[in-house]
Design a protein around this ligand. Structure first.
Ligand code: PHE
Length: 346
């Protein structure tokens, strides 16, 4: 094909765009020239037959043609769209508007979403796990020995010898580390189950958020404290503070219980904090090396070599934070779906 022939085709296509009577005709032109089996792709395929001296100029003109055609097609398409009659049903302007009542997010969901947003800014992503867990993920890998009271059938809902309703969201730690190499920086909100008799502060089904940060860089108790101090301020207000009290958890060493300063009295002592100025919120600690050993065994490698990785974990009850934040005196109110209660929490 010569340059002159090419120019003639270019011109012809422009004429066809101009002559197209409607959008369908336009589409036919597009398919004829630009479609997968169209003329322009076919010409491009045959470029190798053009004499080498002419090839650069030929290529340039094909490209210019393609661009010009695309532009012309788009413009024409818009002209058709603008000219199309709008289908407006009869509208009675005298009718009163329809009342839309806006839903509100449940306080438990709200605490979870806020927590996720706060930790997202610190580089934590949200990880998920199933409510039905294995003995290994919920207990063994978390360094909880078989004789530990939490394994007892009076504390845990066992489904089979090996399966249970998770008593904490900590097993998601194990799942994450088994599937991903360090560093790991996650929070894991979810439902948890314990054989508790329901009263004002207990429920057999509640929610926890677990946090886990494991890295090959040094991670200290001070990092844990500054992370939770930031969380306390972001969740409860700029005056909130945290304190650590020594505690025990099988899967952290050292372990601490974390208190937030009472947001109601500012620490002076009131009914909400039982005059102590502090409210117990979370469990936390430095991940016990034994957990890494279990994870490595499950992975079949030593990605979590206890001499190379370290990290912290924490966990708190979502309902508890919601009750404290919104001044809810009874955990059962959170499950009764009573609109008179829920609609107060705007
Ligand atoms: N999973 C613990 C509990 O339910 C809380 C916790 C999480 C403690 C992470 C330490 C580290 O009591």
């Amino acid at each position: 094909m010569t340059l002159a022939e090419l120019d003639a085709l270019h011109e012809r296509s422009a004429g066809e765009v101009a002559a197209a009577a409607d959008a369908a005709a336009l589409e036919q032109v597009r398919v004829r020239y630009l479609g997968r089996n169209g003329l322009i792709p076919a010409i491009v395929k045959q470029m190798k037959d053009v004499p080498p001296a002419e090839r650069p100029e030929f290529g340039k003109r094909v490209q210019a043609w393609r661009t010009a055609l695309e532009t012309a097609l788009a413009e024409q398409q818009q002209a058709f769209a603008a000219a199309a009659p709008v289908d407006t049903p009869a509208f009675d302007h005298t009718l009163p508007g329809r009342w839309q009542s806006l839903g509100k997010m449940h306080p438990v969901s709200r605490v979870i979403e806020e927590t996720a947003a706060i930790f997202a800014r610190l580089g934590f992503t949200v990880a998920d796990g199933p409510d039905i867990e294995t003995r290994f993920n919920n207990f063994t890998a978390l360094n909880t020995p078989a004789h530990h009271p939490s394994m007892d059938a009076s504390d845990t809902f066992w489904l089979t010898d090996d399966l249970l309703l998770r008593t904490q969201t900590s097993p998601v730690q194990i799942r994450m580390m088994t599937q991903h190499r360090p560093p790991v920086r996650i929070i894991t909100p979810g439902r948890t189950y314990r054989r508790d008799t329901t009263d004002a502060t207990h429920s057999a089904n509640f929610h926890q958020v677990e946090g886990l940060y494991v890295d090959t860089k040094p991670v200290s108790l001070a990092d844990l404290k500054s992370t939770l101090a930031h969380f306390a301020k972001a969740m409860m207000g700029p005056d909130a503070g945290v304190r650590f009290r020594p505690h025990f958890f099988p899967f952290t060493e050292p372990s601490v219980e974390v208190d937030f300063s009472c947001h109601v009295c500012g620490g002076k002592g009131c009914r909400v904090c039982k005059m102590s100025g502090w409210i117990e919120i979370a469990g936390a600690g430095i991940v016990d090396p034994r957990v890494y050993e279990h994870v490595n065994r499950a992975r079949g490698d030593d990605a979590y070599d206890p001499s190379k990785v370290n990290g912290f974990a924490f966990g708190f009850g979502v309902e508890r934070v919601a009750m404290i934040k919104y001044g809810i005196p009874d955990i059962r109110w959170l499950y009764e779906s009573d609109i008179r209660f829920l609609s107060q929490l705007a």
